[in-house]
Design a protein around this ligand. Structure first.
Ligand code: ASP
Length: 582
């Protein structure tokens, strides 16, 4: 037996007991006649003591141990005179009587500390060492806890986990596919799934009315802090449901995770707001509603006042910052430069202060009377001490800039509180999105999403106005998941492909098996998929999902530890029938 206990479990009650521990040498200190070693394993750290007077040979052996050596030590547990209240084992130490080196270690390339001296690139290269550090260990444990709570919740309400294939067929909709060449069918390719979408729907056709899977998905997209080429979804589907049933079921899952993992109990249902309201009031379909400061449009009240910027703009709107009248000129200038960044593209920002003495001061005093400005203030429900920040321009772009401005001011004023969670459902997404470049409609969610029955008459006349039975779960401005009630009738699915510009042949080639299945008794069904990495990162308090994935890729999509992507041999290429251009 290698060990009797772990390095995280011994305490005063074990004093006098003979134990054996195994682990890694975190650090060692030589103090006079004593040598202390912190022995670390997954569970914690235990202090080992070697006494030069008691056993000089053993003490000298201990002094030879380097950082990250793997050792086993046997000895008696004793209460410490100098206790460390910061760790669970801080009341005891082990008086070592036998030591063996299980494996020496080269000097690690960075320190195994919370604040390590290793840079990102180095830590990624030696990820297996990086994973020994406490912050990463905590993240992986959080991930494990969340995955097991997801399973435990869904299992108790009759969901079953079914695996779906990883080598599938490339389809033209959605993001770019990763493809895998086939040896047995030269010149042909599999694609890795962007999600198990069609398979989970087929499982509904097969009668497995509650499915889930914690599953890897693959999308060949440009990467960001919250994106990886391979990521994990909690993918779910249910039969005989309407939108409300799906939202209630998965709100249950979300609340379960909040209680079990964060200790946060939500009374009452999550708010639901329409896509349109989200965009008009927050400038985005993933609003952070930890704070108010909603955007309001005032185009009607400012147009025609002789101020060219307002007069020429198709949209003018703003936010009201409570207590913002005390912002200094410099603070306002900084916000102006913020919205003028090329990514946001605002030409400028207009402000109007509602002073504590009831007077107004604005950057457009020359053009508007106090009475007019007072009218704007009323539209925002502004009070003495408040500040309006106003942008003008093309509607979509201005709303986007207002969204970022609102988030920035909220952040600056500490309104986006860490540890506070504000979940909501955004519903009634548009079914289709027009793309100017290819001059066609794309499905906003995916081509299997059903249109709202009441909007069906618009499908031919004004497809862009049709709303879908589609929804997203948003928490603190992060899109945690999304789904829809699906089309379950083959005529409707055919019509959808038509609207998306597929010829009958293309639709048949790409999705024939799927439309065929719907001819054999497809039940009404709907579902959702949650971005598991993002959800874990959100609960862990970070934006970077990489810190919650054991072996992630870097921003260039590389795994620098195993050094891939990498070339394959000429032989492999030949077998696959592939010829690479020089
Ligand atoms: N498969 C969809 C996605 O990955 C989610 C869903 O509709 O269930 O976004």
């Amino acid at each position: 037996m290698y060990r009797t206990h772990t390095c995280g479990e011994l305490n005063k009650n074990n004093a006098g007991k003979e134990v054996t521990l195994c682990g890694w040498v975190q650090r060692s200190r030589n103090l006079g006649g004593m040598t202390f070693i912190d022995l670390r394993d997954r569970y914690g750290i235990t202090q080992l003591v070697f006494d030069m007077e008691g056993d000089p040979g053993l003490c000298n052996e201990a002094r030879e141990l380097g950082r990250e050596y793997v050792i086993s030590a046997t000895g008696k547990v004793r209460e410490r005179s100098n206790k460390n209240p910061n760790i669970p084992t801080g009341e005891i130490e082990m008086e070592v009587s036998a030591l063996s080196v299980l494996n020496p270690s080269e000097l690690p390339p960075f320190t195994i500390e919370d604040d390590t001296d290793g840079g990102e690139e180095l830590r990624m290269k030696y990820r297996y060492i990086d994973l020994r550090r406490e912050p990463l260990k905590k993240n992986l444990l959080l991930r494990h806890k969340m995955a097991s709570e997801v399973r435990s919740y869904l299992n108790t309400i009759d969901f079953i986990e079914v695996e779906t294939p990883v080598l599938i067929k490339s389809t033209p909709e959605g993001a770019r596919d990763f493809v895998v060449p086939s040896r047995m069918s030269p010149g042909e390719f599999y694609a890795l799934p962007q999600s198990p979408q069609m398979f989970k729907q087929l499982l509904m056709v097969s009668g497995y009315d509650r499915y889930y899977q914690i599953v890897k998905c693959f999308r060949d997209e440009d990467l960001r802090a919250d994106r990886q080429p391979e990521f994990t979804q909690v993918d779910c589907e249910m039969s005989f449901v309407e939108q409300d049933d799906v939202l209630k079921t998965f709100e249950g899952l979300a609340k379960h995770l909040f209680i079990k993992v964060k200790g946060t109990d939500f009374n009452g249902p999550f708010p639901r707001i329409s896509y349109r309201e989200a965009v008009e009031s927050y400038g985005t379909d993933k609003p952070d509603i930890r704070f108010g400061m909603r955007i309001k449009e005032i185009t009607g009240s400012v147009k025609g006042g002789g101020f060219a910027i307002f007069d020429d703009a198709s949209y003018t709107g703003g936010i009201c910052v409570r207590g913002g009248a005390s912002f200094t000129r410099k603070q306002i200038d900084l916000l102006t430069s913020f919205v003028r960044k090329p990514q946001l593209g605002a030409k400028g920002m207009i402000y109007a202060r509602f002073n504590e003495d009831g007077t107004f001061k604005s950057s457009v005093d020359k053009f508007f009377s106090g009475e007019q400005i007072s009218g704007w203030m009323r539209q925002f429900d502004a009070r003495e001490g408040d500040l309006l920040l106003i942008l003008s321009g093309e509607k979509g772009q201005t709303l986007k800039a207002l969204c970022e401005l609102r988030l920035k001011v909220g952040e600056d004023l500490g309104m986006r509180k860490e540890g506070e969670f504000a979940p909501l459902w955004v519903v009634d997404f548009p079914l289709l999105e027009w793309d100017d470049e290819t001059e066609r409609f794309y499905a906003m969610h995916h081509p299997f999403t059903s249109p709202k029955a009441e909007d069906l008459p618009l499908l031919d006349k004004d497809p862009g106005a049709v709303r879908a039975n589609a929804y997203d779960l948003v928490i603190n401005g992060v899109e945690i998941g999304g789904g829809s009630v699906r089309i379950h009738n083959s005529a409707m699915q055919k019509k959808m492909f038509e609207v998306l510009g597929f010829s009958e042949k293309d639709a048949h080639d790409q999705f024939g098996f799927f439309m065929d299945a719907f001819r054999y008794g497809a039940p009404p069904h709907g579902g959702v998929a949650f971005g598991f990495d993002r959800w874990v990162a959100l609960f862990g308090g970070s934006e970077s999902i990489r810190d919650y994935i054991a072996f992630p890729k870097n921003n260039a999509g590389r795994d620098v530890m195993i050094n891939t992507p990498s070339p394959v041999s000429g032989n492999q290429l030949k077998e696959l029938g592939l010829n690479l251009d020089e």
